[in-house]
Design a protein around this ligand. Structure first.
Ligand SMILES: *Cc1c(COP(=O)(O)O)cnc(C)c1O
Length: 393
């Protein structure tokens, strides 16, 4: 029956396990280990662990398992493994199945740490990496080879909110037998289902919308049981990137309100984007559901709402961007996203600072670009805050 539940019901109930006390709220099993009744029981559990049996929290824990089962139910995939951070998830999803000599194709516009794993770590271990312009399907066609083992991209890029056609890239990748790993953080599990569009593996930084209140780091890798238990779990449980039970409990609680929060934040983002579009201080307002977005048709096909993010490109460059940021009264300056608190970021001098200028230009990270994660505050208040700060810029 739980397979028939709609998303909002799954977000509240899927994966719950109750102890002998029948608690209402999910229990936090803050334990690294588990006691065996006899030596024979210990031996048996190391041979095969049953569905309600655990050995060591690096391998699995009941609270972590609840979170994994809940998000796997939401995504409609077979299994999930929760990790200590989003980067632990990306690193494991990329590294667990690759070996020296393998070829990887990835979109160029990636979170800086994802680029580090591809260009520094994997390249050092003999994996060949080709980076392409993600929205350009011909570039993917040209880069994919018969020995391409894995394809990786963010479904919406940070901070310029470019989309990748998930279905088209999956079809091209599958034609050469490559595994497709999608980082779906900006799209959120609420607005886009990458599995339905062909992805083999989906990763999230749960630090973002899933926690949603800026408390804990976390990540999750989702996929088939074969991939998660056969390929990923051995890598993660032996290299130590597992999620802590306490953080899993925070994520479980975040899941209960995820749909409501994402919808409220996305509605505000859309309204504010429309309100500031064409403002005299702005060269560009970027939001996937604005008619001015070059990929608005793809966005509407691939997503049910246009994300909780918004980027503004100020005409006056860095000086104007800094004046804008410093004049904001409600929206805070920080670098998280998907939080209840609205957050503004200047990518060129913070998250993307270490990129050479030419690479910034190639990725559209101009000196005037400000990325805003719209939170749960009143949309009118946020709009006024942004308009006042634009006047001061
Ligand atoms: C934040 C983020 C990550 C990394 O997640 P952490 O939880 O900070 O390790 C990876 N990919 C994307 C798109 C992100 O936004």
């Amino acid at each position: 029956m739980s397979n028939d539940w709609n998303a909002r019901t799954k977000l509240v109930h899927s994966g719950s396990r109750r102890s002998q006390y029948n608690e209402v709220s999910e229990a936090i099993y803050l334990t690294q280990g588990f006691v065996y009744d006899t030596a024979e029981d210990a031996e048996a559990r190391f041979i095969e662990t049953g569905p309600d049996e655990f050995i060591y929290a690096r391998y699995g824990n009941p609270t972590v398992r609840m979170f994994e089962d809940r998000i796997a139910a939401l995504e409609g995939c077979e299994d999930a493994f929760a990790t200590a951070s989003g980067m632990a998830a990306v690193n494991a999803a990329l590294t667990c199945g690759l070996k020296a000599g393998d070829h990887v194709v990835a979109a160029r516009a990636l979170f800086g740490s994802c680029l580090y794993i591809l260009q520094d770590v994997l390249a050092r271990f003999g994996v060949q990496v080709t980076l392409v312009d993600g929205p350009d399907l011909d570039a993917w066609r040209g880069a994919l080879r018969s020995d391409t083992r894995l394809v990786f991209f963010e479904s919406i890029s940070n901070p310029t909110l470019e989309l990748i056609d998930i279905k088209a890239v999956c079809d091209l990748a599958h034609a050469v037998g490559a595994l497709v790993v999608v980082d779906n953080v900006f799209a959120t599990p609420i607005f886009s289902n990458a599995f339905e569009l062909g992805a083999d593996v989906v990763v999230y930084s749960t630090t973002k919308h899933i926690d949603g209140q800026g408390r804990c780091l976390g990540g999750v890798v989702l996929g088939s049981r074969d991939f998660i238990r056969g390929t990923l779990e051995p890598y993660l449980k032996h290299t130590g990137g597992s999620m802590s039970p306490f953080n899993a409990w925070v994520m479980l609680k975040g899941m209960e309100t995820l749909d409501l929060r994402c919808r409220a934040m996305a509605d505000s983002a859309m309204r504010i984007a429309q309100a500031v579009q064409g403002h005299e201080k702005l060269a560009r307002v970027i939001h996937p559901f604005l008619d001015s977005h070059p990929q608005v048709d793809l966005a509407r096909r691939q997503m049910s709402k246009g994300s909780t993010m918004l980027s503004l490109d100020l005409k006056g460059g860095q000086a104007a961007a800094f004046r804008f940021l410093n004049a904001l009264e409600i929206i805070i300056i920080s670098n998280n996203l998907g939080d209840a608190k609205s957050i503004a970021t200047h990518p060129a001098t913070t998250t993307h600072q270490r990129l050479p200028d030419a690479q910034k230009a190639e990725l559209g990270i101009t000196p005037g670009l400000v990325r805003i994660s719209i939170g749960l505050e009143d949309a009118d208040d946020l709009q006024r805050d942004i308009l006042n700060a634009l006047a001061a810029a």
